[in-house]
Design a protein around this ligand. Structure first.
Ligand code: NI
Length: 388
């Protein structure tokens, strides 16, 4: 497949240049001020009106048609990660410890490309382009929705690049595609004592260890093997000295599920194990359970639209069924409000893509031939929905 066939060379090279510009100057979640300004100036050139500072540094641009019709939204995220880049690319990050390691630079360039393609069309309805920040903190979509970006929008579509899928391939599915993300913070209180005289204290570290082990029984013994879920304790903190039993231990972790009904049961299950395990070790434990993003569920009709768009412009031989993942994506918050579909855009090497460095890796790279593909598929989705 050639890029030229999809999008003219001029637009392709401008998309690549813009993506590289963002890549060189990445900005962390909630700090995307310059990125936002760069997007605004691109929209100025396209003569598409927009609002800035929506839900943080977000931008909402509206391509209005003279013909009345539904509004279809397309969304891209634009924040980078606190990762030190190790790619040695000529346009690698110039900011120490910050990197576009999830390809949100590409998503932004792709959405601007789609805007340019759609501006050339006569549409029977309107298109809203949502440039969202703070995806990596699961805060951006929530803030954008609260700012009203979905008002009057009928459907929403978005994509994420995937380096373990070859560029030129795309994947989506109906129903659940990505997991829910909840955060747990646990504080265990014992009683400090000399490390040599445990009987005078209550050991919160022993209790914390037992809780870490017991929590794993939820997934392995309480849930059906056909209901995927993960509980990961990613941080344990307690004590400062080798010979002291501390007063406190804290744990934090992430809880993932693939079914909204299961997600709703997790807090109660964790609380029960926490309380009873802490009791048996004479400690007290407090759980803070924070729901961050729901399961990402694609609407059936919208997924059909995406499939058709891919087949029409790229070819059905390049479309595969998306493999489920418990990684989360705050696009799911939009899908809780209105129908829509999220899909994977292959961004990996043509050969052995499964061995490519994954998202969030310091050596993550992206095959830029996916940029025009992403733009043309997003544009085609809108064209199909707005009848041209
Ligand atoms: Ni991402």
């Amino acid at each position: 497949m050639t890029m030229k066939r999809l999008v003219d060379e001029d637009l392709t090279s401008r998309m690549i240049a813009f993506r590289r510009e963002l890549h060189s100057f990445p900005e962390l979640s909630l700090e995307e001020e310059q990125t936002s300004k760069k997007i605004a100036s691109q929209l100025d050139e396209l003569n598409i009106p927009y609002r800035t500072n929506v839900g943080g540094y977000g931008i909402v641009a509206d391509l209005r048609s003279e013909v009345e019709g539904p509004t279809i939204a397309l969304r891209a995220d634009m924040d980078a990660l606190p990762i030190e880049e190790e790619t040695n690319l000529p346009y690698a990050s110039t900011r120490k410890g910050i990197m576009h390691a999830c390809g949100h630079d590409a998503h932004t360039a792709i959405l601007l490309g789609a805007a340019e393609l759609l501006q050339r069309e006569k549409l029977n309805g309107h298109v809203r382009f949502i440039f969202q920040g703070a995806e990596e903190l699961n805060l951006g979509a929530k803030a954008m929705i609260e700012a009203g970006v979905l008002d009057e929008v009928e459907e929403i579509y978005g994509l994420h690049n995937l380096p373990t899928l070859s560029a030129g391939k795309l994947a989506t599915c109906t129903g659940s595609m990505m997991g829910s993300v909840d955060r747990i913070d646990i504080r265990i209180e014992g009683k400090g004592a000399h490390g040599a005289i445990p009987n005078e204290g209550v050991d919160p570290i022993l209790c914390a260890s037992a809780i870490v082990m017991a929590l794993q029984s939820i997934v392995s013994r309480e849930l059906s093997p056909f209901d995927p879920a993960v509980i990961t304790i990613g941080s344990i903190k307690a004590g400062d000295a080798n010979n002291v039993i501390p007063q406190y231990a804290t744990l934090s972790g992430t809880v993932r599920t693939f079914n909204p009904l299961i997600q709703r049961t997790m807090q109660t299950r964790i609380e029960r194990i926490l309380k009873n395990t802490a009791d048996s070790y004479r400690c007290s434990a407090k759980l803070t359970y924070t729901e961050q993003v729901p399961v990402l569920v694609n609407d059936e009709q919208s997924a059909f639209v995406v499939n058709e768009a891919i087949d029409n412009v790229i070819g059905s031989e390049h479309r595969i069924e998306a493999a489920p993942t418990l990684a989360g994506e705050d696009f799911s918050l939009y899908l809780e409000k209105i129908p829509g579909c999220f899909f994977w855009l292959g961004s990996g090497p043509m050969q052995r893509a499964h061995e490519a460095y994954g998202l969030h890796h310091p050596r993550f790279t992206l095959d830029e031939s996916c940029l025009p593909i992403g733009a043309v598929v997003l544009a085609q989705i809108v064209k199909q929905r707005l009848g041209t």
